[in-house]
Design a protein around this ligand. Structure first.
Ligand code: NAD
Ligand code: IPM
Ligand code: MN
Length: 352
């Protein structure tokens, strides 16, 4: 097959982990006779430095025209002054919004070989396999922002239609899994959450009677997630709660560097990125974990290119190298020799 992929390395460890994701895609394409056009474009802080804009027109057009977008990470101290007029993060939000990718899938599966990598007890983690569906183009991230000398305001709005479509995405995923959906909100305090709960209940009763639905308040969900993570199947929630809970959930798997994501809208075009950021504390050292990015590339092959076999092969390769003991420093046991980002990527390529 022929496909065009817009590649946005971004900032910090972004380019380091993207390099490994790209090598995997190139090897798979060659092996299976696909013509992938991989076009790297400026984005985030790197694009601010070049053009003053975190999402230059050229980059946005290329993303719109592509079959899929693979993104590393953006941001960093250089562009984070409280008084900064333009931020890398604005480019990311604008891109998600422009592509209409409202459903952010963040799977969390605990690899048996990494039970010891987490700060949590192995017996709590064994068998954990859950899927977060985070609403990505609405809520407090996109509401009006105001600031004067004595106050600041961020408006949170959700429409019925925005809630309906994300709940349907989550419910369809649940049907293909264990048919259990937990909807997370703060309906004891927030009006947007009361609407969220009402709409979710209605959509599930009317269209997905075969999927069990449980509502959970976000504070309690944060607790249950580490108390009994195995009980969860699919979790659906608004933009900001999903952001926070998925960083928490990454510790079930063992590291923030492990988790991939797929952001999807109505068509097959998607935006694929690890859930972590640019990790300024380790950037430039060549020690970042590339798993989140490599597994995001696998999700890209599956969801946007329809290449299930290639996606599964890539996931099996990552799983196999972890099984064999390959570890970047974030998941290595104390006192053991860890691999660099490049060496870990080499190990995955060797498996492929
Ligand atoms: P971060 O996710 O960059 O890092 C948090 C911690 O996790 C750090 O200790 C880091 O070293 C570690 N970590 C993250 N990814 C890792 C990997 N692949 N391998 C090993 N360790 C890893 O969060 P932060 O430090 O709070 O934010 C830094 C910048 O990243 C900020 O500007 C933020 O806005 C941005 N950010 C961007 C994205 C994105 O591009 N999608 C996501 C989150 C944060
Ligand atoms: C993420 C990040 C972003 C978010 C930031 C960088 C805007 O934390 O992708 O999880 O909050 O969505
Ligand atoms: Mn985040």
């Amino acid at each position: 097959m022929k496909a065009t992929i817009a590649v946005l390395p971004g900032d910090g460890i972004g380019p380091e982990v993207i390099a490994e994701g790209l090598r995997c895609l190139r090897v798979l394409a060659e092996r299976h006779g696909h013509q992938l056009t991989l076009t790297e474009l400026p984005f985030g802080g790197a694009a601010i430095d070049l053009t003053g804009n975190p999402l230059p027109d050229e980059t946005l057009h290329a993303c719109r025209a592509a079959d899929a977008v693979l993104l590393g990470a953006i941001g960093g101290p250089k562009w984070s002054a409280p008084t900064a007029k333009v931020r890398p993060e604005q480019g990311l939000l604008a891109l998600r919004s422009a592509l209409g990718v409202y459903a952010n899938l963040r799977p969390v599966k605990v690899h048996p070989a990494l039970l010891g990598a987490s700060t949590l007890k192995p017996e709590v983690l064994e068998g954990v396999d859950l899927m977060f569906v985070r609403e990505l183009t609405g809520g407090i991230y996109f509401g009006e922002k105001r600031r004067d000398a004595l106050s600041a305001t961020d408006v949170c709005t959700y429409t019925v239609q925005e809630i309906e479509r994300i709940v349907r995405s989550a419910a369809r995923l649940a049907q293909k899994r264990r048919s259990k959906l937990v909807s997370i909100d703060k309906s004891n305090v927030l009006e947007t959450s009361r609407l969220w709960r009402e709409v979710t209940t209605r959509v599930m009763r009317a269209q997905f009677p075969d999927v069990s639905l449980e509502h959970m308040l976000v504070d309690s969900a944060a607790m249950h997630l580490i108390r009994r993570p195995r009980d969860f199947d699919v979790l659906v929630t608004e933009n900001m709660f999903g952001d926070i809970l998925t960083d928490e959930a990454s510790m079930l798997a063992g590291s923030l560097g492990l988790l991939p994501s797929a952001s999807l809208g109505e068509g097959t075009r998607g935006l694929y990125e690890p859930i972590h950021g640019s990790a300024p504390d380790i950037a430039g050292k060549g020690i970042a974990n590339p798993c989140g990015t490599i597994l995001s590339a696998a999700l890209l092959l599956r969801h946007s290119l329809g290449l299930e076999g290639e996606a599964a092969a890539l996931e099996r390769a990552v799983s196999a190298v972890l099984e064999q003991g390959a570890r970047t420093p974030d998941i290595a046991a104390q006192g053991t020799r860890a691999l660099s980002t490049r060496e870990f990527g080499e190990a995955v390529l060797a498996k492929l």
